[in-house]
Design a protein around this ligand. Structure first.
Ligand code: AP5
Ligand code: MG
Length: 226
């Protein structure tokens, strides 16, 4: 199964991708996570991406298409993947379509997560994650069960993203509306778009996505939920 989670910053793409990864056994491919890892490692890709990400702009199409093109060629994603944060421009979507066509494969679905801008700012400003395993949390919506201890790995170290400040968030939302939102119409025209209410609570959003994916699995004979 190959799918895209399409939604604005803070919509819950990463939160839901992790859950779908566990449930369906398909890998989450987050270009944001890949670029942050590149920045942390000081690689050439990271050097080019760092300042752009800190401003809340998009890194160049060529750079990110190169990153994803290498990644989807690897054996561990032969059975499918969840694209989180890619594509983000029509040029990226066209490049993805061409890469898949070359491999003789195609996307199964694009799930659009609809969330109001005010809720996005609240979600992003309260977000933090485990410094060890990466599990995501929120100051109000998803606290660790025991204060200061990661539910998943027990670590006591947490971190916040460099681009989660008020100024950068405003710029990321503007960029989303101008450059990424046109993909909604793009994929609707291809008959691949399914839209869900991303304002619902985290479990309900997962439920809506699982329903869509199980429907596809049932009709296509692809791997169903575990
Ligand atoms: P990226 O890392 O992709 O960031 P983003 O798209 O801005 O999305 P976020 O990761 O901020 O949000 P999310 O939707 O994953 O939400 P989350 O699940 O964490 O990209 C970062 C940067 O990298 C870009 O700005 C750009 O510079 C660059 N980049 C990346 N890909 C690129 C590309 N393809 N092209 C060019 N540049 C690229 O949830 C947010 C919070 O809300 C969490 O605290 C969570 O607990 C909470 N939450 C989640 N769901 C709910 C819910 N239903 N109710 C209440 N709270 C919720
Ligand atoms: Mg994310």
């Amino acid at each position: 199964m190959r799918l895209i989670l399409l939604g604005p910053p803070g919509a819950g793409k990463g939160t839901q991708a992790t859950r779908l990864e566990d449930k369906f056994g398909i890998k989450q491919l987050s270009t944001g996570d890949m670029l942050r890892a590149a920045v942390a490692s000081g690689s050439e890709v990271g050097r080019q991406a760092k300042a752009v990400m800190e401003r809340g702009d998009l890194v160049s199409d060529d750079l990110v298409i190169g990153v994803i093109s290498d990644r989807i060629d690897q054996d561990d994603v032969a059975g499918g993947y969840i694209l989180d944060g890619f594509p983000r421009t029509v040029a990226q979507a066209e490049a993805l379509g061409a890469l898949l066509a070359k491999k003789g494969s195609r996307l199964d679905v694009v799930i659009e997560m609809q969330v109001d801008d005010a809720a996005l700012v609240d979600r992003i400003s309260g977000r933090f994650s485990c410094g060890k395993c990466g599990e995501g949390y929120h100051d109000r919506h998803k606290k660790p069960a025991k204060d200061g201890i990661c539910d998943k790995c027990g670590s006591t170290e947490f971190k916040r993203r460099a681009d989660d400040n008020a100024e950068t968030v405003a710029s990321r939302l503007k960029v989303y509306h101008e450059q990424t939102a046109p993909l909604i119409a793009y994929y609707r025209e291809q008959g691949l778009l399914r839209s869900i209410d991303g304002m619902a609570d985290i479990d309900m959003v997962t439920g809506a996505m699982v329903e869509i994916l199980e429907g596809i699995a049932a009709t296509s004979g692809k791997a169903a939920a575990k």
